[in-house]
Design a binder for this molecule. Structure first.
Ligand SMILES: NC(=O)c1ccc[n+]([C@@H]2O[C@H](COP(=O)([O-])OP(=O)(O)OC[C@H]3O[C@@H](n4cnc5c(N)ncnc54)[C@H](O)[C@@H]3O)[C@@H](O)[C@H]2O)c1
Length: 246
């Protein structure tokens, strides 16, 4: 049993399902205390039942990361419940698909609000708390779509490109007390996203010839948030089977 993260407290946004849930599960299995933070409070509570305990009590909290008021209220509740935070994993995200010329204002705004504003609101709220802990880290989830032009993903790509630029700047601002890095998943078999990894056209573009699994992305998130990555900041780690090479 590997409990190397015992004593750490970690917030995972979007932790109720998909990559966020896999991240919460790995953290818990290694002894960390996990705060599952999600728009869907019921699903966040249900997620707790899938987390190993190892003597720590995990915590579920509902939050809409696109609202600074919601983030502030969540911060109060989390601080009351757990008292300190070592790692913030910003995994929550939405990925609507529509061609640019057909994208309504509200879809554009909501995508930027959740993916980009949400990352900003969470980092701004939690940086002062994180900075009180040795080895604190933020991991922001971006996407290969920030660089690869997939038709239909203009709002999404703009939001994730924004998160990359934002993360680089705050990595410089928050060093040396908080490391800030990004994970760039490729197509991943997660709830509500891609339900088949047999599309031959898509597979031909991936040297590893398959989609990712949520736990494979989660492992990289956990690594960048850990002391094993203690000299890594301001970087993007792409976890995409070689779909793009940087
Ligand atoms: N799945 C993929 O193929 C893929 C590829 C590249 C990047 N990503 C990124 O990885 C992250 C997770 O993707 P996933 O496929 O696991 O997503 P998912 O849709 O399975 O889960 C996202 C979670 O975020 C929560 N969420 C949505 N809006 C929120 C808000 N405003 N406030 C708080 N929580 C909110 C949802 O309730 C859900 O539990 C996202 O940032 C996504 O952009 C995913």
């Amino acid at each position: 049993m590997n409990l190397e993260l015992a004593g750490k407290t970690v917030i995972v946004t979007g932790g109720a399902q998909g990559i966020g849930l896999a991240t919460a599960q790995i953290y818990a299995s290694r002894g960390a205390q996990v705060v599952v933070a999600d728009l869907n409070g019921d699903a966040a509570k249900a997620a707790l039942e899938t987390l190993e305990s190892h003597g720590v009590t995990h915590f579920a909290v509902d939050v809409d990361v696109s609202s600074s008021a919601s983030v502030e209220s969540m911060k109060e509740r989390v601080m009351e419940a757990v008292g300190k935070v070592d790692v913030l994993a910003n995994v929550a995200g939405i990925y609507p698909n529509s061609l640019m010329t057909e994208t309504p204002d509200d879809v554009w705004r909501r995508t930027l609000a959740v993916n980009l504003d949400g990352t900003f609101f969470m980092c701004r709220a939690w940086a002062p708390v994180l900075s009180e802990q040795e080895g604190a880290a933020i991991v922001n989830v971006i996407s290969g779509a920030a660089r690869i032009p997939y038709p239909g993903l203009s709002a999404y790509s703009a939001s994730k490109g924004g998160v990359i630029s934002f993360s680089r700047v705050i990595a410089a601002e928050l060093a040396p007390s908080i490391r800030v890095n990004c994970i760039g998943p490729g197509g991943t078999l997660a709830d509500g996203k891609v339900d088949s990894d047999t599309d031959p056209q898509m597979m031909a573009l991936i040297p590893m010839a398959r989609l990712g699994r949520p736990e494979e992305i989660a492992e990289a998130i956990v690594f960048l948030g850990s002391d094993r990555a203690r000299y890594v900041t301001g970087q993007i780690l792409h976890v995409n089977g070689g779909r793009s090479m940087h």
